[in-house]
Each structure stands twice: as structure tokens, then as C-alpha cells.
Design a protein around this ligand. Structure first.
Ligand SMILES: Nc1ncnc2c1ncn2[C@@H]1O[C@H](COP(=O)(O)OP(=O)(O)OP(=O)(O)O)[C@@H](O)[C@H]1O
Ligand SMILES: [Mg+2]
Length: 503
């Protein structure tokens, strides 16, 4: 539970953006050595609160009391100096430097303080010791760019520990990690906590909060509505506090009538990455791809949709072989691919919600080359309502939406594209519990309407709850196939891991 010694106390914080009151009179407190969660729906104000604590935004009113001092006019530099570190989702490491250089960046050890010469030997020794203390098997000489996201996060934590941070803030650190990597992260969080560091933790995976945090502050619509002890609170209680109601059916799966095969893939190969991938998808079916991060699920989707080249294999859409050499060919063939990384591949951040939602199929909203803006706006508004998109208006630039709401725009974009085959890579990443159900309902609407849907999910519950059929991948191959009624967590885990090779 940490100690009872107060480290952070935030009172009456308000922050208004044009058109949105992001925070109203928010309070939050955390003790020395406590892991404190902040939970709330998309757009509730979690990231805004964090940005105020790191000096990235100025509050309109309110006070922050930290480590015995009242903080005034906080800037990112000042926050760092007094011991507030933040691990953002977009990591802040320098990819071409190595692990050691990144840990010491800006706080290098020099041979003689006044001369600029670095003491690399000592830094190497210290980095090795620190990594070992935290139980990490990462080579200090490895280039950051060569590590996976999970390990890069660990390096960021090391960096924060090295800078003597008293408070480490993590904004959705696990959303792009597999369950195994997330476990590693929590092991490190426990180590850091044991050193008396306080952690503020944001996640939409409520079971993670339940298993790893001491207390939770819940934000709803910019207000702090509750602070509870985790031991006295169930996941359902958390949901109720977040959304103000119960969510009875988290996976509202329907069984649509399965019809003809809409997509079939035969013997797809990409040297060293994909080996002999074959599967088919029917209209009215949800096909799930399970497996660990890096098992080849995203690569399969990228190969099918022309984002990556293939060495051999055939792709048939509605029974006819198609040559897909670019994402455009795939859109033309009626295949929509919702990518896992919205910032890199999904959205144009400075453009409006309406533009982003309709950009894949602009021509659908145009006649004689003139865009029917009225139709664009009506379609966007309708979908925004269904997805409970929280925004000041459909002309708002997408970059100013909260993370989860950006993800909803990516989904909206593809739903409006009128494709018949959908591939959703981690469709609910960063989306709150209530809005997840809306996404699942939209998937239901698609299959009822005769579309075929592929979902790639790292969350086991989700794939088991929503897919009619599940394919499991491991090291670039399909290793098992299950019907929804025969799939179990154990069977999927087994097929997704190395165990089968060993036995
Ligand atoms: N720079 C900005 N300009 C305008 N509005 C903003 C800006 N930053 C955030 N907002 C708005 O403030 C509200 C709170 O956003 P915030 O990012 O804090 O939500 P969040 O709780 O982190 O949500 P999520 O779970 O989706 O990440 C949202 O309505 C968002 O659109
Ligand atoms: Mg956020």
C-alpha cells in the first residue's frame, strides 16, 4: 500500500480547452511508494491531468503540492528537476543511441566535471548494475532502435530511476504490450515501488489496475468522482464508477448467417517472416487471429493488403484471384485494413474528424468531382454518435482528441468506406470499456450485413468473446485453428508458444 506519507496532493485543478472543459476541480493524492491508478472513459481528462503534473499544460486554477512544496508555474524542465518523470506512450528515447547512453542522457557522468569528457567506463558499470538491480536482462550496449517497445519502456524506467525520480507517471504503458511483456513491466513497477518511488498508472485494462495498484482515482467527464482502495473494489465496481452504469454484457456476440467465402489466402510466403499462410473468411463471420506480439499476425494482414511485398502465394476475393501490390489495390478490392498504429498509419492529425472519417472513400461523397460536404458531415455525425466520440465538433483537428477518441475515428474511417472485408488490428486498443462494447456492436452490424471481419487481438478474452473461429500464430506460421465453442485460454496459449516444440 506504500507508506502513509503524502508525496503528491492535487486540489481543485481545472483546465479548459476551446469548446471543452477537460478538468473541473479535480483532486488526487498519492503516498510515497504507492502505485496509484487513474481510470476513466476516453476523454475523461486523464492525459490532461498528467500533462499538468509534468508542466506540459498550465492549469486554469488549482494547486499542486509535491514532496513538501507547493508547485507554481511548473515547466517540463522544472518537473524533471524536482523528481517527476513521465513515460509517455510515444517513447522519448533516441533510437540510434545505445541503452546506456539513453539511460544517462542529459545526466552523463564525466571524468572531470568541468571538462566535457565522458566517463564511459563508469557509466557502463552503473548501467549494468542498475539493469541488474531491476532484474532486467538488457544489454547496455544494445541500440535502442533494435529493442521491442516493451524493453524500451523498461529503459525509460531505468532512466527515471537513475534521475532519482520520486514520481513516475505512466500513461497507458501496456496498451501496446503483450500480456507477457505487461507482466514484466509490473515486475519492474514492484521493484521501483519497493525503492519508495510513487507510480501513477493509467490503463484501460481494468484487471491490470486490480492486480497491480493500491488505490484508484476515477475521473468522469473531467471530475474526480471517487478514490477507492483496490482491495475493496471489484472490476465491475470500477466500471460502474467510470461510466455511471453497469455493463452487463461485455462481449455482445451474435451469430450471423455464414455465407460464401469472401477472402481466401493460399500459401502466402515472405522470406523469414511468413511461412505458408492459408486461410479463408466467409461473409457473416468474425475470424480471430491470436498469438503473441511478433508472431506474424500483423505481418499477415500487411501482406494481404499490399502494405508489404510477398514472395509467393495467392489471394482470392469473392472467388477471383486479385493482385494486391499496394494498399490502394486492397481498398479497390474491397478490403479495409485498420492498422494497429493510428499515429503512423491511420490518421492525419491536423485534419478534422470529418475529413479523417471519410478520406478513404472521398469519391463516394462526390458527384462530378464536387464533394458533397453535407453528406460527409451527416455520415460523420451519425457515426460519431454511435461511437460516443467525445469532441468539440466534427471540425476539430483529430490531433486534439484524446487517445481513445482518435482510435474511434480510425474505426469510423473504415466503417464509412463500405468495404466488404475488414481486417481490424487491435481494434479496441486504448478504448474504454463502454466504448469497446459499441465497437463490438459495430462489428456485429458489419457481419449481419454480410461483411467478413478479421480481428487481431492480444487480449484473450476479446478474441474468445468475439470470434466465431480462431487461428493461432507462432513464429510466422498458423499453428492451430479452433471454433469458438472449443477454444480455451490454455489451448490458445499452448499453440501460441514454444511449448509444443519442446514436447
Ligand atoms: N490540446 C487540446 N486542445 C483541445 N482539446 C483538448 C486538447 N487536449 C485534450 N483536449 C480535450 O480534453 C478532453 C480530455 O482529453 P484527455 O486526453 O485528457 O482524455 P483521456 O482521459 O486521456 O482519454 P483517453 O482514454 O482517450 O486517452 C477531451 O475532450 C479532449 O478532446
Ligand atoms: Mg489519454
Amino acid at each position: 500500500m506504500g507508506t502513509n506519507q503524502l508525496l503528491l496532493k492535487v486540489e481543485g485543478i481545472s483546465k479548459k480547452f476551446p469548446g471543452v472543459q477537460a478538468l473541473s476541480m479535480v483532486s488526487l493524492e498519492a503516498n510515497v511508494g504507492e502505485v496509484h491508478a487513474i481510470a476513466g472513459e476516453n476523454g475523461a481528462g486523464k492525459s490532461t491531468l498528467i500533462k499538468i503534473l509534468t508542466g506540459a499544460h498550465q492549469p486554469d486554477s488549482g494547486t499542486i503540492f509535491f514532496d513538501g512544496h507547493m508547485l507554481k508555474d511548473l515547466t517540463p524542465r522544472k518537473a524533471m528537476q524536482i523528481g517527476i518523470a513521465c513515460i509517455y506512450q510515444e517513447l522519448n528515447l533516441i533510437p540510434h543511441l545505445n541503452v546506456m547512453e539513453n539511460i544517462f542522457l542529459g545526466r552523463e557522468i564525466r571524468r572531470v566535471e568541468s571538462l566535457g569528457i565522458l566517463n564511459r567506463a563508469e557509466m557502463r558499470t552503473k548501467a549494468t548494475a542498475l539493469l541488474a538491480e531491476l532484474g532486467l536482462s538488457i544489454d547496455p550496449a544494445a541500440r535502442i532502435g533494435s529493442l521491442g517497445v516493451g524493453q524500451q519502456q523498461m529503459v525509460e524506467i531505468c532512466r527515471a530511476v537513475w534521475s532519482n525520480a520520486k514520481l513516475i507517471i505512466m500513461d497507458e504503458p501496456t496498451s501496446s504490450l503483450s500480456e507477457k511483456e505487461a507482466e514484466d513491466l509490473f515486475r519492474i513497477v514492484a521493484q521501483v515501488k519497493a525503492r519508495g518511488v510513487t507510480v501513477l498508472f493509467i490503463s484501460h485494462r481494468l484487471d491490470e489496475i486490480k492486480n497491480n495498484c493500491d488505490r484508484i482515482t476515477i475521473l468522469r467527464d473531467g471530475h474526480s468522482v471517487a478514490m477507492v482502495d483496490v482491495v475493496d473494489t471489484s472490476v465491475d465496481d470500477i466500471i460502474k464508477l467510470m461510466v455511471g452504469r453497469d455493463i452487463k454484457n461485455k462481449y455482445p456476440k451474435i451469430r450471423a448467417r455464414h455465407q460464401d467465402v469472401v477472402l481466401s489466402v493460399e500459401g502466402l510466403n515472405r522470406k523469414g517472416i511468413l511461412h505458408d499462410i492459408s486461410f479463408s473468411l466467409r461473409a457473416g463471420e468474425v475470424l480471430g487471429f491470436a498469438g503473441l506480439v511478433g508472431s506474424g499476425r500483423t505481418e499477415t494482414a500487411r501482406a494481404v493488403t499490399g502494405a508489404d511485398p510477398i514472395d509467393s502465394g495467392r489471394i482470392m476475393v469473392f472467388g477471383k484471384e486479385v493482385k494486391i501490390r499496394s494498399p490502394k489495390d486492397s481498398i479497390d478490392a474491397g478490403i479495409a485494413f485498420l492498422t494497429e498504429d493510428r499515429k503512423e498509419q491511420g490518421l492525419i492529425l491536423i485534419q478534422s474528424v470529418a475529413f479523417n472519417s471519410t478520406m478513404v472513400k472521398m469519391e463516394q461523397y462526390a458527384k462530378y468531382g464536387v464533394l458533397n460536404l453535407g453528406a460527409v458531415r451527416t455520415a460523420t455525425r451519425k457515426l460519431a454518435r454511435e461511437l460516443q466520440l467525445k469532441m468539440a465538433g466534427i471540425d476539430m483537428p483529430v490531433g486534439k482528441l484524446s487517445g481513445g477518441n482518435q482510435q474511434k475515428v480510425v474505426i469510423a474511417k473504415w466503417l464509412l468506406s463500405k468495404a466488404r472485408i475488414f481486417i481490424f488490428d487491435e481494434p479496441t486498443r486504448g478504448i474504454d470499456v463502454g466504448a469497446k462494447v459499441e465497437v463490438y456492436k459495430l462489428i456485429n452490424d458489419l457481419v449481419e450485413d454480410g461483411a467478413g471481419v478479421i480481428i487481431i487481438c492480444s487480449e484473450m478474452d476479446e478474441v474468445m468473446g468475439m470470434a466465431d473461429r480462431i487461428l493461432v500464430m507462432h513464429e510466422g506460421r498458423i499453428t492451430a485453428e479452433f471454433d469458438q465453442n472449443e477454444a480455451t485460454q490454455e489451448k490458445i496459449m499452448y499453440a501460441a508458444s514454444d511449448i509444443q516444440k519442446a514436447s
